[in-house]
Design a protein around this ligand. Sequence first.
Ligand code: ADP
Ligand code: MG
Length: 244
Amino acid sequence: MSHPEIQVRDLHKSFGDNQVLKGIDLEIGRGEVVCVIGPSGSGKSTLLRCVNLLEEPTKGQVFVGGTELTDPDVDIDAVRRRIGMVFQQFNLFPHLNVTENLTLPQRRVLGRDKATAARIAAENLARVGLSEKAEAYPSSLSGGQQQRVAIARALAMGPQVMLFDEPTSALDPELVGDVLAVMRMLATEGMTMMVVTHEMTFAREVADRVVFMDGGVIVEDGSPEQVIGHPQHERTRHFLSRLL
Ligand code: ADP
Ligand code: MG
């Protein structure tokens, strides 16, 4: 594998007595796209949130770009800047227009000057096909457009890796395609991506690898053809059969 951009070693996470992650080992190479699938409650979101330390692991290690996030001495804010995250709920600032949504974090977190932040905002709005919405407020946009703004906002920070947690699950079916098209573009451009999704067509066509999780462990990890096309485990087969 190429240089691992994301590395998770023996990751455990409990909430009280609830053992949610029970020893996850995962490596994602630079430019690789890994889709994480699995039933509700299997720990997919918790895994993603541990990869940028929104949740603190109970045990184990997480490395991004070779830096150990779980090292107590690490400057977590500095590492987190390299990681873009997109959630099911778009989490845009409702009182700011689209451009301001993209410039505010650049200025606050990266200290960019106003002109630079505005230029990078415009570039990234163009990438997601929303240049004409630069002045619009989130409430006037469709869910799909809001999610594309959220992606552009993450991209404007210049992340090394992008994490997506069911980015299309809150969207009306006719709006899903535009968001997936943006994610496809990022994959083509070589972005390292970890994507929790139920979109099996996207996983088959875009992912380099598919990871099936159940009960806080990785049950299968392989090519889309292996994991979706020819699942080896009964749990994977059962999960996939319910999606059809
Ligand atoms: P998935 O994303 O696969 O649906 P999650 O990672 O969201 O699964 O949740 C896995 C389990 O962890 C669930 O049982 C959930 O209730 C529990 N959990 C997740 N986040 C928290 C939290 N902040 N506090 C307590 N329990 C949590
Ligand atoms: Mg989830």
